[in-house]
Design a protein around this ligand. Structure first.
Ligand code: FPP
Length: 266
């Protein structure tokens, strides 16, 4: 009889062995949803779900970096999340402090660089400090980028990009003729992630099938996967499974398949 741990390990190994290591999605973005429902199911306060969610961030970060993902973008706090009860908001603002306090040495060991995108100025000072310290401490790591979307909203990001381009046009730094998709992408917060600005794969946990103001420009050609698993239950084997599903998709980017099976834009 298999113990639970042995069963889990063997499931993880079998999902992992199905992954084609030559075709790993370079940029994976995740909407980590279902923390509250996970806690509710266990008659625990909602914040217990966020706490467990933080543990999962650690596990999934390690698994993603080991398998060769270049950028892992995690939606940790949206510009809409301020509407939650103050206690919950405070708890969520404390999570990066706890997380980086404990996990930065591990990140460095795994050669993972921290990046944060979102309106930092609205964050409490201690959160800002924790984030900036983590960015500084991991700045020389050149493996995977762990990119937290923190106080992030995609529409705000797009408006800011438009305003910055308008200013640059006014100051003769850019001409209107120069404005194209490539230039626009540079003005977005994901401009820092070049050449992996756009996610290849977007995963949302918990069964909800919404984008919730996340990376609206960047996901134009991303593969979308919605899984019923709540984020605190999301294991490396779930990640491997989602990567396998991604690898079975036929990505054409609006083009057609050539006879050789390569993509050709129309
Ligand atoms: C959505 O679940 C989740 C969040 C708003 C917070 C996500 C944050 C974490 C997983 C931890 C982040 C860790 C670090 C290190 C910053 P929900 O609360 O909306 O769940 P529900 O839909 O079931 O209520």
């Amino acid at each position: 009889m298999f113990s639970n741990k042995k069963k889990k390990d063997s499931q993880e190994r079998s999902e992992k062995s199905a992954v084609d290591l030559q075709r790993i999605p370079k940029h994976i973005a995740i909407i980590m949803d279902g923390n509250g429902r996970w806690a509710q199911q266990r008659h625990l306060p909602r914040v217990a779900g966020h706490k467990q969610g933080m543990e999962v961030v650690e596990t999934i970060t390690k698994a993603a970096s080991k398998i060769g993902v270049k950028v892992l973008t995690l939606y940790a706090f949206s510009t809409e999340n301020w509407k939650r009860p103050l206690d919950e908001v405070n708890f969520l603002m404390d999570l990066p402090v706890k997380f980086f306090d404990r996990f930065v040495p591990e990140l460095i060991k795994h050669n993972v660089r921290v990046n944060v995108m979102g309106d930092e100025e609205q964050l409490p000072k201690k959160t800002q400090e924790a984030v900036n310290n983590a960015i500084e401490q991991t700045k020389d790591c050149d493996g995977m980028i762990l990119n937290f979307a923190l106080n992030y909203g995609s529409r705000t990001e797009i408006i800011a990009a438009v305003k910055n381009i308008a200013t640059d046009v006014k100051n003769d730094k850019v001409t209107t003729e120069q404005i194209d998709e490539d230039l626009f992408a540079k003005y977005l917060l994901t401009g820092q992630l070049t050449p992996y600005n756009d996610p290849d794969l977007l995963i949302r946990t918990s069964g909800e099938q919404r984008i919730s103001n996340f990376l609206l420009w960047q996901i134009a050609y991303s593969e979308l996967e919605f899984t019923d698993t709540y984020w605190p239950d999301y294991l490396p084997e779930n990640l491997y499974h989602d990567i396998v599903v991604f690898q079975q998709r036929d990505r054409r980017f609006g083009g057609i398949k050539t006879q050789k099976g390569e993509n050709e834009s129309k």
